[in-house]
Design a protein around this ligand. Structure first.
Ligand code: M6R
Length: 607
């Protein structure tokens, strides 16, 4: 989604703005721009496509101004183009904005009647004109900002630069995150701390409804009632180095290969390998009192929730429902008294998940937030925060954050089972050992790339690909299909293996690859029967299982991919990896943009 940066400093702002914008590239965007205060005027540079186009444009003028704002735009209102790219500006004010101004049509109409001339199709442009209107009425930059904010409806973050207030940037947060970075004699703003990581580690997060006036050495934050407030300054652990790509061709590959280590970190955070106990924060409700659990998330995080449904129902005997956040919020479901809702989100900023969380909160639910970004909005709104400890995930396709979510959820399932006295010591030990075996099994699997490349070559010319699995492999099949779609643009769907005969089997012919996720678990035989049905209809099967599992299909499947032997409980963690690797290699073979696939954003902060 859109990214915002701002610098008010002592050195030329342009190179730093461009560097920060590059760090926001991972969020997904289709145009970019900066505005610099230079010799008493606002100079704008905007380009469609990648930041490198903007860089080429800027280099021609080489602006030296020390105050500026920048933006990466993910199109919502208006096509990706130079004229729709941010910053939007009048002669007096420039603005960058993330989110949606819901009442922009009325505002635009009102301003046009007053003679304002608009040059873009965006909702953002009304902000610059509205602030200008207040300046024309004689208001100061600060009051113009305040009055403009009062007029805007929607969820957004923004930054404003005023021609006649060269020592200040104004910014605001309403629904979309915004961070202020504190430097030595310079200040920064950014949509997230990652963007600011190379510049400073001292970060102040604006809270919901806040707006701020930022100078070179000081800043003042106001709450939604315009009272000056103090917000904590945090030392972030992020550094510029942490988000580098190293020697890897893509962030995605780096992040896939980090998974064995991430698994170790999650286990370390939530368990004690010596005592085989789990360590979770205290829940406001006694575990025995949890009558049901609602899990709500989007995309890959939703598939983590679906997997956990099997685990929590089986081991902790708590009924679990899993909802896609974007639908949950519209159903307005009745929620039980003393209910618990778990929201899973890598970014912690997904607009649909946040809105669903707010609904559950308003209904008196205890909120558990499972996030990878501890300073995120979801974390701040949750009663209990479960961090996934995957480290910054930059590739738009979620990989290590997914398996980290799975690992936390697997530990949570056993923790709940233990607290509710539903698991015998022997079984707990057995399952605990299975969790401990995951980092090594992942390592072993990732040693050899060629089996995945062989699968990817096989998929290259496919128009449609079907993924199938049963039980916890069903959600992994859906995750595999999502990964393939988003990275390679090949149409793919994940089906429950048992559901194939109820319709999707009609799709099978010799042109349709069918990827089967079939660990050796209690459902293996049933899945194997469904695979036979596919093969009987000339389906081209890629069978993924362990040595024993693939054996019967060695001669029947187009490809068999051998996995390390693994406990059935932890199979989803390991079987997620071929899903990622196959999608990754298919994308690289097709030459698509692996880390920033077309049309996608890392953190989806609009509805
Ligand atoms: O940050 P979140 O986990 O809330 O994001 C949810 C989805 O947008 C995300 O998982 C998306 O589906 C990824 N692109 C999947 O790779």
């Amino acid at each position: 989604m859109c990214g915002i940066v701002g610098i008010i400093g002592k050195n030329p702002a342009t190179p730093l703005l461009l560097e920060c914008l590059k760090r926001l590239e991972y969020r997904g965007y289709d145009s970019a721009g900066i505005a610099i205060l230079e010799q008493g005027q606002i100079d704008r540079y905007r380009a469609e496509g990648k930041i490198v186009h903007l860089q080429t444009l800027v280099e021609k003028s080489n602006p030296q101004g020390t105050v500026g704002i920048g933006h990466t735009r993910w199109a919502t209102h208006g096509v990706p183009s130079v004229r729709n790219a941010h910053p939007h500006a009048t002669d007096l004010v420039a603005v960058v904005h993330n989110g949606i101004i819901e009442n922009f049509r009325e505002l635009r109409e009102m301003l046009e009647k007053k003679g304002h001339i608009f040059t873009s199709e965006t909702d953002t442009e009304v902000i610059a004109h509205l602030a200008t209107e207040y300046l024309n009425q004689g208001e100061s930059a600060k009051t113009a900002t305040q009055k403009t904010l009062q007029q805007l409806h929607g969820a957004f973050a923004l930054a404003l630069l005023f021609k006649d207030k060269p020592d200040t940037i104004f910014c605001a947060r309403r629904g979309s995150p915004l961070a202020i970075g504190l430097g030595e004699g310079e200040m920064f703003i950014g949509s997230d701390a990652l963007a600011l990581a190379p510049l400073t580690q001292k970060i102040c997060y604006l809270e919901e409804g806040d707006w701020a006036e930022i100078g070179k050495t000081t800043f003042t934050v106001y709450d939604e009632t315009n009272q000056s407030v103090t917000r904590p300054i945090k030392q972030t652990a992020l550094t510029g180095a942490m988000i580098g790509k190293g020697d890897y061709k893509h962030f995605m590959l780096k992040e896939i290969l980090e998974q064995p280590a991430v698994m170790g970190d999650v286990l370390h955070a939530y368990s004690n390998p010596h005592t085989m106990d789990f360590a979770f924060p205290e829940f406001p409700l006694p575990f025995e009192a949890i009558a049901s659990l609602r899990i709500i998330a989007c995309g890959t995080s939703y598939y983590a929730g679906l997997t956990a449904q099997y685990w929590i129902e089986k081991y902790a005997r708590i009924p679990v429902t899993v909802d896609i956040a974007s639908e949950f919020r519209y159903r307005k479901p009745p929620l039980p008294k003393n209910g618990v809702a778990l929201f899973i989100s890598q970014s912690g900023e997904t607009a649909d998940t946040l809105a669903a969380l707010q609904y559950a909160k308003d209904q008196g639910q205890t909120i558990i937030g499972m996030v990878n970004v501890p300073e995120s909005s979801i974390a701040r709104l949750s009663d209990v925060v479960l961090e996934t400890h995957a480290g910054p995930e930059i590739g738009v396709a979620s990989t290590k954050a997914f398996t980290a979510q799975l690992m936390v959820l697997a530990c949570l399932s056993l923790h709940l089972a233990g607290k509710r006295s539903l698991i015998k010591e022997d079984e707990k030990k057995d399952l605990f050992q299975a969790l401990l075996a995951i980092p090594e099994a992942m390592n072993q699997l990732l040693l050899e790339e060629s089996p995945f490349i062989q699968c990817s070559n096989f998929l290259l010319d496919a128009r449609d690909v079907i993924y199938m699995g049963r039980g916890t492999s069903f959600s992994i099949a859906m995750e595999g299909a999502l990964k393939l779609k988003e990275l390679s643009y090949i149409h793919a769907e994940g089906y429950a293996a048992g559901e194939m005969k109820h319709g999707p089997i009609a799709l099978i012919d010799e042109k349709v690859p069918v990827i089967v996720v079939a660990p050796s678990d209690s459902l293996y035989e049933k899945t194997a029967s469904n695979v036979e049905e596919v093969i009987a209809r000339k389906g081209q099967v890629v069978f993924i299982g362990d040595k024993d599992g693939i054996h019967p299909f060695k001669d029947k499947a187009a490809i068999t991919l051998e996995m390390p032997k693994i406990h059935a409980f932890t199979a989803p963690l390991l079987y997620a990896l071929p899903m990622q690797m196959i999608a990754y290699h298919t994308a690289t073979l097709k030459g698509t943009d692996v880390d920033q696939p077309r049309n996608l954003a890392k953190s989806v902060t609009v509805e």
